[in-house]
Design a protein around this ligand. Structure first.
Ligand SMILES: Nc1ncnc2c1ncn2[C@@H]1O[C@H](COP(=O)(O)OP(=O)(O)OP(=O)(O)O)[C@@H](O)[C@H]1O
Ligand SMILES: CC(=O)C(=O)O
Ligand SMILES: [K+]
Ligand SMILES: [Mg+2]
Length: 582
């Protein structure tokens, strides 16, 4: 006999359901979904807190700061007081401005020489860094390990949830490391040698190493050589064995390991370099390192097809069975644009890597590709990062240009999940100021967007692969819509895998989403997604109990107050509940 799923929606003041949804009949295999009774919260609250012998461990990170809560009434232990200190940022933000003003757009900082010390990392965490990115193009393994350990320590000791993203080098053509110099200036008309030779006793003057063995064979006299997509240009004038002599035609600053492309008759030349593996042998070693260190995200450079992502995902599965490392596809080549949907579908997220992308396609094409990638990711429910040159001038100057602010605003307006700093935080002079600009522009644009009620009508196609998933999806879509219509203060989602939290985030509702999850790694992973304030909380299958526990913990911290209107959904008991905090 067919069964029915009933979702009752009720408020704390009315024990009777206000609305009842009846889903179409479905098979007995999902009969575990049952009636959800809504009780009077106030009476339940007292009962549950009195009968709960195990106060939950609850930690949060809302972006601007974070909290580590041990008990509804924290005892003054050492770890407690240190957690409470950092927690002050979250608490202050919530108390001062309420839920609605919390930042929805997530922020990623590339860590480099300017930001690798513990106090510098902490300043970034306080400033709102959600994810720390390490770029395997630069620095030694030991350096990266040290950074990861420092971030972990910060998380443990101060209650942050900063996730780690490791970014592979990839095997596109790039220059060597300039013999240790931080940069080199190429002047107009100068002759430089690009060579695939190894120089044991230091680089000769005006010489650049190239990492791709086939370079000297593939390049032709008359070709144009572009460094970083045109920051510096050369013309190939002569080939002598492994050395390629070039004349500088557009002067500029050469940076270590800068990307190289060569162009013939106005088109990008993709000869054998197009056949290079996306994941080089060095990348595989770096990936092993990332798995061993338990990074949350691995970003793959120069992805060409979905196959490489699938391969990597099964590799990770085999190596680290219980790990939930997310694989982020970097969209930065012509091939990745050609196979965009398949690649994103296969990945756990994507990055609009505008630096290299702008070296492979005309610059004026980058903004529309960005818009498209952001849209496809949202439709397929994958987090998307907009990266590179957001605040490039802040590498040297303490204030951004108007154009940069407009660019950041546009990415926020497109509702990308995350914005990323590269050189601005890795080696710039004003990493904290750059992060502050990202934070304040995000907050401002998000507020303006809500005030103007500019919800774009993005059609979100169904993505569920099973009937149970479809229920989750419908619940999240409905809950987000209800949250907007009822102008609730927050959505609470109780989710073990984080899936329901991401489905809610995909809807980009007006209110923040408090995502409660049982594991630290899921909590950190959720920190990349738009609008989610991830908490770790040990919860049970008893939703009433969970809610009361959560209310008690959050109220004790002053993060919510009586009367706040909340919608709660959970993936254990598929339900939507609307209630006022007792
Ligand atoms: N670990 C590091 N050690 C030294 N310098 C670094 C490090 N990470 C980044 N940088 C510096 O910051 C700059 C910008 O960093 P970013 O990660 O954007 O790298 P990129 O070289 O532009 O390449 P990609 O295309 O991989 O992003 C680099 O060019 C480099 O000079
Ligand atoms: C981030 C990156 O790899 C790029 O923009 O090229
Ligand atoms: K990289
Ligand atoms: Mg790149």
């Amino acid at each position: 006999m067919a069964q029915a799923l009933n979702i009752f929606i009720s408020t704390s003041h009315s024990p009777k359901p206000l609305i009842s949804y009846r889903s179409p009949p479905f098979s007995p295999s999902i009969s575990r979904f049952s009636f959800i009774k809504i009780h009077k919260k106030t009476s339940l609250f007292i009962k549950a807190s009195a009968s709960d012998p195990n106060p939950a461990i609850l930690t949060s990170d809302n972006g601007a700061g974070s909290a580590a809560l041990q008990d509804p009434a924290p005892s003054p232990t050492v770890s407690d007081s240190s957690s409470i200190e950092v927690d002050a940022v979250t608490e202050a933000e919530l108390k001062e401005n309420g839920f609605r003003s919390t930042r929805r757009t997530k922020l990623i900082c590339t860590i480099g020489p300017a930001t690798c010390k513990p106090e510098q990392l902490e300043a970034l965490a306080v400033g709102g860094m959600n994810v720390a990115r390490i770029n395997m193009c630069h620095g030694t393994r030991e350096w990266h390990r040290e950074v990861i350990q420092r971030v972990r320590k910060l998380n443990e000791e101060k209650g942050y949830a900063v996730a780690i993203m490791m970014d592979t080098e990839g095997s596109e053509i790039h220059m060597g490391d300039l013999g240790g110099a931080s940069s080199a200036k190429a002047e107009d008309g100068e002759i430089w040698t690009f060579s695939v030779r190894a120089f044991d006793s230091g680089l000769p003057e005006h010489t650049i190493n190239v990492n791709y063995d086939g370079f000297a064979e593939d390049v032709k006299v008359g070709d144009e050589l572009l460094v970083d997509g045109g920051m510096v240009r050369f013309e190939v004038i002569e080939k002598i064995g492994p050395d390629v002599k070039c004349r500088c035609t557009d002067p500029g600053l050469l940076l270590p390991r800068a990307n190289l492309t060569f162009w013939r008759d106005g088109s990008l030349v993709r000869e054998r370099n197009a056949m290079l593996p996306t994941i080089s042998s060095k990348d595989w070693l770096d990936i092993d390192f990332g798995i061993a260190e338990g990074v949350e995200f691995i970003a793959i450079s120069f992805v060409k097809s979905a196959e490489v992502i699938k391969h990597l995902k099964s590799y990770i599965q085999a190596r680290a069975r219980d790990s939930d490392i997310s694989v982020v596809a970097k969209i930065e080549s012509i091939d990745s644009l050609k196979n965009l949907e398949e690649i994103i579908q296969a990945s756990d997220g994507a990055m609009v890597a505008r630096g290299d992308l702008g070296a492979q396609i005309p610059l004026e094409q980058v903004p529309s590709e960005q818009q498209k990638i952001v849209q496809v990711c949202r439709q397929l429910n994958k987090p998307v990062i907009v990266a590179s040159q957001l605040l490039e001038s802040m590498i040297e100057y303490p204030t951004p240009t108007r154009a940069e602010v407009a660019d950041v605003s546009e990415a926020v307006r497109q509702r990308a999940d995350a914005l990323m700093l590269s050189g601005e935080s890795a080696m710039g002079q004003f990493p904290d100021k750059a992060l502050t600009v990202l934070r304040s522009v995000s907050l401002r644009i998000e507020k303006w967007w809500r005030e103007e009620k500019r919800h774009e009508a993005m059609k979100l196609p169904g993505i569920a692969s099973s009937y149970a998933d479809r229920i989750s999806e419908e619940i999240c879509n409905s809950a987000a819509k209800m949250a907007n219509n009822l102008e609730v203060d927050a959505i609470f989602v109780y989710t073990k895998t984080g899936h329901m939290a991401s489905l809610l985030s995909r809807c980009r509702p007006d209110c923040p989403i408090f995502a409660f999850t049982t594991t630290t790694s899921v909590r950190r992973r959720l920190n990349l997604q738009w609008g989610l304030i991830p908490f770790r909380l040990s919860f049970s299958d008893d939703m009433e109990n969970n809610l009361n526990k959560t209310f008690a913990l959050l109220k004790a911290r002053g993060m919510i107050k009586s009367g706040d209107l909340v919608i709660a959904v959970s993936d254990m008991l598929q339900s939507i509940q609307v209630m006022n905090v007792p």
